[in-house]
Design a protein around this ligand. Structure first.
Ligand SMILES: Cc1cc2nc3c(=O)[nH]c(=O)nc-3n(C[C@H](O)[C@H](O)[C@H](O)COP(=O)(O)OP(=O)(O)OC[C@H]3O[C@@H](n4cnc5c(N)ncnc54)[C@H](O)[C@@H]3O)c2cc1C
Length: 473
């Protein structure tokens, strides 16, 4: 939903927004300002929205002033953390964009093994600081993703089997609610809100600070990364599925359909080849990881093998160059799978063969260990028991590929429906076009409780530019 504003309203708003600067420590940015074009841009190049006003906040008090201003002036609010959300929820047309991208402070407490992170940080900020002490917070696969959106939506990463989702490691948040209060939410304080933010997205307020539990993982992990010819994908995915059925918590893995980029960093013979990668991170003694993953590396002759003991920071940043900010276009969707039957694998292999562009990924995610030991009702994140997810990461640079890419993702989700529990990962929402249906299916038995908490903290649905949970009327 977006509002339209008349020229008269626009000039009143411009005056009011100029006055707002006096109450803001950061910057109020209007369409005529020099930086406006750059600051309004988000990671997905398809998104092209023009807010009436952007506030680049420097702290909780800026966020409170902005929320009060937007509410009082009837402006839509969108909140920018890392700006990575595929649907572009961070930015809107004609409303206020509350931009936290300057709030990237990180402070590790090595004795308590916890870390305090500001609401606009990205994961590389956190990894760099925690790794100084050999610590880590489970997060995502790409280090430029925002802490806020990934955490509030769940958070699947390289350490998930051992330490769970990112939300499972959240200790507290400081959050600005729709009425402009700054609350702390934890198990002890405002515990209903704390339950809701662990999976409920940006529905309940603007998080200015996250506190996470850290884990001692050292600074080196074992990365398993053989890439085989895509023609053998069916057989190899079956092997991988059977291998993962008894995998220890230390091992987290994905199977990936990919096209090796035509870049000098890759061997010439490998460039441009379509491959199936059986990738994983062993979080534990790298020598044990090396031995444990050998069967996955000896399935056949690999076209490329990036396996080895590597710094954790290398594993966390390895995919970053292929997903740059603003230059590429994206439409990513997902489907939670109740089982990975031989029949499902055949359909997946067919989808992999029809990958619409070389940049596109088709990813199978295995969920085991700590992810599945948490009860679905323990946090707002409902989908705890599914063993696999398939994500359709359609990515293109040539605008004429857009239609094929979007169709491929949508048809992929359709073709997986008979193998799915009907749920999906809300952090891969396409353009969020299914609205309520997608949200209800993803929250399953937690949906009504989320509605009650939304009604308590945001009865007028001020925070609606997200995977929206509507308050009760
Ligand atoms: C290249 C790439 C790789 C990814 N890999 C993974 C992965 O490995 N694992 C995984 O789990 N997910 C992954 N994701 C999905 C990712 O978790 C979501 O895109 C997430 O929404 C990004 O968060 P952000 O803060 O960068 O996004 P933004 O676009 O800034 O925000 C996303 C949503 O969160 C809200 N929001 C942002 N900041 C705040 C805040 N401080 N308080 C309250 N609400 C806020 C926004 O309003 C919006 O609704 C990936 C995404 C991309 C683009």
């Amino acid at each position: 939903m977006s509002v339209t504003i008349s020229p008269n309203q626009a000039s009143i708003l411009t005056e009011a927004a100029q006055a707002l600067q006096q109450h803001i420590r950061g910057q109020v940015i209007l369409p005529a300002d020099q930086d406006y074009e750059e600051i309004r841009r988000v990671w997905n190049g398809v998104i092209n929205r023009r807010p009436a006003v952007i506030v680049q906040c420097l702290g909780a008090s800026d966020v409170i002033v902005s929320v009060n201003f937007a509410r009082e002036h009837g402006l839509d609010i969108s909140v920018r953390g890392g700006g990575h959300n595929v649907a572009g929820y961070a930015v809107n047309d004609n409303g206020m964009m509350i931009d936290l991208s300057l709030m990237r402070g990180v402070r590790v407490n090595p004795q308590a093994r916890s870390v305090q992170v500001q609401g606009g940080a990205i994961w590389s900020d956190v990894d760099r600081e925690t790794q100084l002490f050999g610590l880590a917070v489970p997060n995502g696969h790409i280090s430029t993703t925002g802490v806020a959106g990934l955490t509030l939506g769940g958070g699947y990463g390289h350490l998930r089997s051992k330490y769970g989702l990112t939300v499972d490691n959240l200790l507290s948040v400081d959050i600005v609610t729709a009425d402009g209060r700054l609350l702390t939410a934890s198990e002890q304080e405002n515990s209903d809100l704390f339950w809701a933010v662990r999976g409920g997205g940006g529905n309940f307020g603007i998080v200015t600070s996250f506190e996470f539990r850290c884990h001692t993982i050292g600074t080196t992990i074992y990365r398993c990364a053989p890439f085989y010819p895509v023609e053998q994908a069916g057989d190899f995915i079956r092997h991988w599925r059977d291998f993962m059925a008894s995998a220890p918590d230390e091992y987290t893995s994905n199977a990936i359909f990919w096209t090796i980029p035509d870049l000098p960093v890759f061997p010439e013979a490998a460039r441009g080849r379509d491959v199936i990668g059986l990738l994983g991170v062993y979080c534990g003694d790298p020598e044990v990881g090396e031995k444990y993953t050998r069967p996955m590396r000896e399935l056949g002759e690999a076209i490329l093998d990036l396996s080895g003991a590597v710094p954790y920071l290398t594993a966390q940043t390895g995919w970053d160059p292929f997903f740059p900010h603003g230059n590429l276009n994206y439409y990513w969707k997902s489907s939670h799978l109740s089982d990975l039957t031989d029949e499902a694998i055949d359909v997946i292999v067919g989808m992999g063969a029809q990958k619409p562009t070389p940049n596109t990924l088709l990813l199978l995610w295995h969920f085991g260990g700590a992810v599945r030991r948490v009860e679905p009702t323990a946090t707002a994140f409902w989908s705890r028991k599914v063993p696999f997810m398939l994500s359709f990461d359609a990515t293109w640079s040539d605008p004429t590929d857009a239609e094929d890419c979007i169709r491929w993702s949508r048809e992929g989700v359709q073709s997986m429906q008979r193998f799915s529990d009907g749920g999906s990962y809300l952090n891969f929402p396409g353009m969020g076009e299914e609205g309520d249906a997608l949200v209800r299916a993803a929250y399953g038995g937690n949906y009504e409780r989320l509605v009650a908490i939304k009604t308590k903290y945001d009865p007028t649905n001020l925070f609606h530019l997200n995977q929206n949970i509507k308050p009760a009327l």
